[in-house]
Design a protein around this ligand. Structure first.
Ligand code: XBP
Ligand code: MG
Length: 240
């Protein structure tokens, strides 16, 4: 039986990447006097790697062969990433990153139905709390029994570790839960933990491979047009 809903954040609860994380990275690079700039298309490719620090290192290794790493490169990356987190928080605190359509209604109804809620994400914990506070509503962090985020586990998605951590904390079995994801990396993580998974796509993840998902939806409804089942039962039909 279903006891709990487990949510990814980036791309699932909110479209955080293109106009949230991406400009925050770019601002941090510019502040540091670096000529690194991630446009919308390049950022889509960089999303193959989860985790901001991991993404910066991947960019240097694969897109900037000219760059000579300084002796303390890991510290530089950590400093850049801290600056990026501050910029992201400023943006989110201005209400600049709204929840995706249908998300708030689903959470409210799930709570009313007595379901337990949790978050399992690769993003930095501060990013989650500021986003919930300003886009979902004041005090809504309390809706989530566990907020598992960032470096709390050594390996990020597509590894299942963050979901294992969440299940262990809640003392739940995978069969008790439904996971919500938006990306192939996220789905690999949830499936790796044995979780039934509902996928809602976004512009960056539309063409990902969602083999193994219980259902793939355009969105959770309330977007102004009926949502669609993109893969799974009742193909093409509105879901809610
Ligand atoms: C989210 C991510 C994160 C954010 C940046 O993936 O990949 O890296 O882009 O977060 P998922 P930080 O939705 O699969 O959890 O910069 O805070 O690491
Ligand atoms: Mg995601």
């Amino acid at each position: 039986t279903l006891h709990a809903l487990l949510f990814d954040v980036d791309g699932t609860l909110a479209d955080t990447e293109r106009d949230g994380h991406r400009p925050a990275f770019n601002q941090a690079f510019a502040d540091a006097g670096l000529d690194w700039h991630w446009d919308v298309t390049l950022y889509g490719k960089l999303l193959a790697v989860t985790g901001g620090k991991e993404r910066i290192k991947h960019y240097i290794d694969h897109y900037r062969p000219d760059y000579r790493k300084p002796a303390h490169f890991d510290e530089l990356v950590a400093d850049l990433h801290q600056a990026k987190t501050r910029h992201y928080a400023t943006l989110a605190a201005r209400g600049g990153i709204p929840m995706r359509p249908g998300v708030k209604r689903l959470l409210v109804e799930a709570r009313a139905a007595g379901l337990r809620l949790a978050i399992a994400t690769t993003t930095t914990p501060e990013n989650v709390t500021v986003l919930l506070e300003h886009s979902l509503g004041s005090g809504t962090q309390e809706w989530f029994e566990v907020i598992a985020a960032g470096d709390i586990v050594p390996v990020k998605k597509p590894a299942p570790d963050i979901y294992h951590f969440t299940l262990e904390k809640m003392e739940l079995q995978p069969a008790d839960c439904l996971a919500f994801e938006d990306s192939e990396n996220g789905l690999r993580a949830s499936l790796g933990a044995g979780l039934k998974t509902l996928v809602t796509v976004n512009d960056y993840t539309l063409d990902h491979d969602f083999t193994g998902a219980a259902v793939v939806l355009s969105d959770l409804g309330e977007s102004g047009v009926p949502n669609r089942v993109l893969a799974g039962p009742d193909l093409g039909q509105p879901f809610v």
